[in-house]
Write a protein that binds this ligand. Structure first.
Ligand code: 1PR
Length: 562
């Protein structure tokens, strides 16, 4: 029996390959239509947009051989888009036809009651019996799995009986119950990413591959499906993210560093006082070792930011690629890579568009790319033109890989103003200081101004305007930092986070200022964010990731406690 993986060329397939290597199975890649003849077991880890997947498969002559394989009765496992292509069509790309094995349409989630994309960890409730492990395909009702998608198949046996016949498990997001796994005959598919779902996901892959390689017993056709009405609360968890700011130190070694309000150099003391002179770059560890440590500690997601990439950072000489490749071999939760996702030029003059830079990161195992400075310039241009012109990194990457692969990282700074005299464009976004804190004898107020180049340059745009513009251009998530709070341990900037979260319908990651488990509870209670990120307290071993989760859970929120 020969296990093959299908790469349609527009997503992170490396993570699945890494998972299967970790599970010690041998596999080959499908690289031509003829390879399907040699495959006896096939996994298709598709990602990105529906139309991109179909177009890429068609262009490489793989679409019909894929359909033939699925119809051949040999074991097939489709992951995310690899499952969605089995359907007839998707609202994401109405003019594009899928394989039509499941004669139903895929719809978009409603964003009236929740953020879309559905990005994060959720449960899956099987119809089959827990006493028959093969029928469960390794899924456990106690486990959480990583989802990232905007389109889903609603589970409704009355309105959508064909899809219900294929439904193996359902998941609830907000008020919507959708199909999270399909299973019929030789075909299995998961909407979530087992290769990104930690040990729980590796168990599914192991169970399915082992059964498929030794020969599967025929699946009994499903007789009927009962409706599943939405429960008062879904299984979606709050995500806890560990972030590593990476840069070269003065010796040229790539290290994880951590700033105070973005200043990453040690403070050097003079005889008279402690001054912010240029000390050494703080070194808090090696990026891959720390990523591995945080995965083991139960982080739901990891973020690696190349914080000096605003300097010249040619793709051909990009040390972060090696870091991401090595981290992805050890870490089976989502990885976001930021810094330098922009048009670059190699020393020989070769131009590398942002899409190519992002593709290089996806190929080595990144799941999302985070765009900072370039997003600011793109939204400033959007303001001038009135609409996107398709040239920005956000637009190009989200068109190819889907919105869920594009994060926009915002680095705002408070700008204090006298509200009585302030006549700028962000009057409606002013935040007033607590207890009428005085400034120049008047009530203190501020707005949040965006910066570029790691906080070194202020730009004439607010955090709220940037977040809205980024969403309009195609971003799927906002990573919201705060230069004022970064490294202070004084708690998240709740005013900023609340205001940005209320301005967009995509998920928001709260970042900067976490100093205790209570701060995570506060940010989830006081704002509606889906996730919270910290760096310093984890690097310095001051707070344990599991302790954060236990506190968040005790406060009434779903969390993935391992
Ligand atoms: O502009 O697209 O090349 O992206 C550059 C990226 O690098 C941006 O995401 C930007 O936020 C980041 N960055 C640039 N300079 C710094 C710096 O610190 N000097 N770090 C920097 C951003 C903020 C968070 C930090 C949280 C939590 N660091 O990453 O992890 O504030 O910290 P805390 O929990 O210790 O408070 P581009």
């Amino acid at each position: 029996m020969a296990l093959f993986l299908l790469d349609h060329g527009a997503g992170n397939v490396q993570s699945l390959a890494n998972s299967i290597k970790k599970l010690r199975y041998q596999f080959s890649w499908i690289s031509s239509p003829e390879d399907f003849q040699r495959a006896s077991v096939l996994i298709f880890p598709g990602q990105g947009a529906f139309h991109t997947a179909i177009e890429c498969l068609t262009a490489r002559g793989l679409l019909q051989p894929l359909l033939d394989f699925v119809n051949s009765g040999k074991p097939y496992f489709g992951i995310c888009i690899g499952m969605q292509v089995l359907f007839a069509s998707s609202a994401e790309s109405p003019s594009v036809r899928g394989l039509g094995v499941i004669p139903c349409q895929i719809n978009r989630f409603s964003d009236t009651d929740k953020a879309v994309p559905h990005m994060g960890w959720n449960t899956a409730e099987c119809f089959d019996s827990p006493s028959d492990p093969q029928s469960m395909e390794g899924i456990s009702t106690d486990s959480f799995y990583y989802f990232v998608h905007s389109y889903c198949v609603p589970y409704d046996p009355v309105q959508n009986p064909e899809a219900a016949q294929w439904t193996h498990s359902t998941t609830q997001y907000g008020n919507e119950v959708f199909v999270s796994t399909v299973r019929k005959g030789n075909v299995f598919g998961t909407q979530f990413h087992p290769e990104k779902s930690g040990v729980a996901g590796l168990t599914i892959l192991d169970t399915w591959i082992r059964q498929s390689l030794i020969g599967r017993t025929p699946v009994t056709p499903i007789a009927s499906r009962i409706p599943r009405l939405p429960k008062p609360k879904d299984g979606f968890t709050k995500r806890i993210i560990a972030c590593m700011d990476v840069r070269a130190n003065d010796q040229g070694d790539l290290v994880v560093t951590k700033g105070d309000q973005y200043d990453v150099r040690e403070k050097v003391s003079s005889s008279s006082a402690t001054v912010n002179a240029a000390g050494a770059v703080r070194n808090l560890g090696k990026p891959v070792a720390l990523a591995s440590k945080y995965y083991d500690a139960g982080a739901d997601e990891l973020c690696l930011l190349n914080i000096t990439s605003f300097r010249n950072s040619p793709l051909c000489d990009q040390p972060m690629l090696a870091v991401v490749r090595a981290a992805a071999e050890r870490v089976f939760v989502p990885l976001t890579i930021g810094g330098g996702i922009k048009d670059t030029v190699d020393p020989d003059g070769t131009k590398r568009p942002a899409l190519e830079v992002a593709s290089a990161y996806f190929r080595v195992g990144a799941d999302k790319v985070s765009i900072g400075s370039e997003a600011v310039y793109a939204v400033e241009k959007l303001r001038t033109l009135g609409s996107g012109d398709g040239t920005s990194a956000i637009e190009a990457i989200s068109k190819m890989y889907g919105r869920q692969a594009v994060v926009v990282s915002i680095d705002p700074k408070r700008v204090y103003v006298d509200p009585a005299t302030y006549d700028g464009p962000y009057k409606a976004e002013l935040i007033y200081g607590e207890d009428d804190e005085p400034m120049n004898g008047r009530r203190k107020a501020w707005w949040y101004q965006c910066t570029v180049s790691g906080g070194r340059e202020l730009r004439p745009i607010s955090a709220v305007e940037l977040a809205k513009g980024a969403q309009a251009l195609g971003a799927g998530e906002i990573l919201l930092n705060s230069i004022d709070k970064d490294g202070t341990g004084a708690g998240f900037d709740l005013d900023l986070i609340r205001m940005v979260k209320n301005a967009v319908t995509i998920p928001v990651v709260a970042s900067s200022g976490a100093g205790s488990t209570k701060h995570f509870v506060d940010v989830f209670k006081e704002t509606n964010v889906e996730s919270a990120l910290a760096a310093g307290i984890f690097h310095r071993d001051e707070v344990d990731i599991q302790d954060v989760k236990v506190s968040v859970k005790a406060a009434g929120f779903n969390t993935r406690v391992i």
